[in-house]
Design a protein around this ligand. Structure first.
Ligand code: ADP
Length: 452
């Protein structure tokens, strides 16, 4: 097992990793930018190192600074969290060259899955169903037209290097196609420095359903059921729940089995998520995330398995502490991503949190690095807290979420709490009847008063 883990991240996920390390008896090192000197992860870690100025490029993404921090503190492994360097294959390789453990997958799997075209090819090879589309990248308009004619309009053009919902353009007719292709390439080049794009059938009313996996890197792999992340704004998840209101136990076992077998064949190491769109009873692979995800607590609440603890163990070469037959889905969990944003316009609202009172009680979990008097810096993402609620049934979970949201007080900044208080009372949400477009339409129709 590792003796000392350096956490190459900030915010709530840095705290989450810190907690797992402490429970395993592992010493912790926090790193921080100059803007984060007062951050909670710095206060709670055994040691801390300042790795640079506020800009992520100069601090949390700065590989030489992180390696130096490991060497100064004698950390024998790094946990990258999510975002930042978590899906950077080169970072994993550099750590390996320095004989420092990386708490994540093998670098070749990060690289393959980070390129969505390669990821899709790999999924096909492993027997995972994919969205119909081009076999590889598309460069010529004529080729785009040929593929679109074959799969039928509407189609979506996506960036091979895509992430965070950027670099996607929908074309409804052949006339839209050249423009969509050019726009997607320009956006992809600007956002990711890589203009490779591919084409897929655009699904009109799918749900976003993803399967959590864990692998030991030696062919042992299990699935931990699904999360439904259909409630999105600008392709970004807002509310996640598990199990999905759209699946029954048989469907869950079937897709879970396909995914676990694929991960076993791949020899996948650590935690990962296989993301699907789900429409008319069919699953279509869209991508794999080779890291712990923001919404992982949903799975932890319904399975009782500490995913970060398992990540650390397998990275250290230990076996998984659970087998497929140990995984039982119990009850229902919902996560709300409370952001420092205006609840209707989503304008960022950084600043001083003058009062912070998180909810509590049975089945209520708040993952947050915010405290009263903390100033949210403007340089990073706007996540203030994740509120995760568990109940024995979906109805119990919804009622508990309603009361937890009403208890939650964050003053001094705008947050998206009012949005969730509205959503939890909405009939469609209560009935579990929503797809990936539901939330955008709700907001467009003035569901939060002033249209966003
Ligand atoms: P990113 O890596 O940028 O998050 P994804 O491939 O995971 O991109 O897609 C993000 C979201 O975009 C999906 O959850 C879904 O809402 C939408 N999307 C992606 N592919 C399609 C598609 N073929 N049809 C309809 N919507 C799609």
């Amino acid at each position: 097992m590792f003796d000392k883990v350096l956490i190459a991240n900030r915010g709530e996920i840095a705290l989450r990793i810190l907690r797992a390390c402490k429970e395993l008896g592992i010493a912790t090192v926090a790193v921080h930018s100059t803007a984060d000197a007062d951050a909670m992860h710095v206060k709670l870690a055994d040691e801390s190192v300042c790795i640079g100025p506020p800009s992520p490029r100069d601090s949390y993404l700065n590989i030489p600074s992180l390696i130096a921090a490991c060497e100064i503190t004698g950390a024998d492994a790094v946990h990258p969290g999510y975002g930042f360097l978590s899906e950077n294959a080169r970072f994993a390789e550099v750590l390996e060259q320095h004989k420092i453990g990386f708490i994540g997958p093998k670098s070749q799997h990060i690289r393959t899955m980070g390129d969505k075209i390669e990821a899709k090819k790999t999924a096909v090879r492993l027997g995972i169903p994919v969205v119909p589309g081009s076999d590889g990248g598309i460069t010529e308009d004529a080729e785009a037209k040929r593929v679109a004619a074959e799969i039928g309009f509407p189609v979506i053009i996506k960036a091979a290097a895509g992430g965070g919902g950027r670099g996607m353009k929908v074309a409804r007719t052949e006339d839209d196609l050249s423009y969509a292709l050019a726009a997607a390439r320009t956006e992809a080049k600007a956002a990711f420095g890589d203009d490779a794009v591919y084409i897929e059938k655009y699904l009109e009313k799918p749900r976003h359903i993803e399967i959590q996996v864990l692998g030991d890197g030696k062919g042992g792999a299990i699935h931990l059921a699904e999360r439904d992340c259909s409630l999105q704004r600008r392709h970004q998840k807002v509310w996640e729940e598990g199990p999905s209101p759209a699946l029954n136990a048989e469907q869950r076992e079937k897709i879970g089995g396909v995914v676990a077998r694929a991960m076993s064949e791949l020899g996948y190491l650590g935690a990962g998520t296989i993301e699907f769109l789900y429409e008319n009873g069919e699953f279509y692979f869209i991508e794999m995330n080779t890291r712990i995800q923001v919404e992982h607590p949903v799975t932890e609440m319904i399975t009782g398995i500490d995913l970060v603890n398992e990540q650390i163990k397998v990275a250290a070469g230990s076996p998984l502490s659970v087998s497929q037959s140990d995984i039982k889905v119990s009850g229902h969990a919902i996560e709300c991503r409370v952001n420092a944003e205006h609840p209707a316009t989503f304008r960022p609202s950084p600043g001083m949190v003058t009062y912070f009172h998180p909810p509590g009680g049975l089945g209520v979990r708040v993952d947050s690095a915010v405290y009263q008097g903390y100033r949210i810096p403007p340089h990073y993402d706007s996540l203030v807290a994740k509120l995760i609620v568990h109940g024995r049934t979906r109805n119990e979970c919804l009622m508990r979420l309603r009361r937890a949201l009403d208890e939650f007080v964050v003053d001094g900044i705008e947050t998206t709490l009012p949005l969730f208080r509205t959503l939890v009372r909405n009939q469609d949400i209560q009935n579990g009847l929503y797809d990936i477009h539901w939330l955008e339409k709700f907001l467009r129709d003035g569901g939060m008063g002033e249209p966003a």
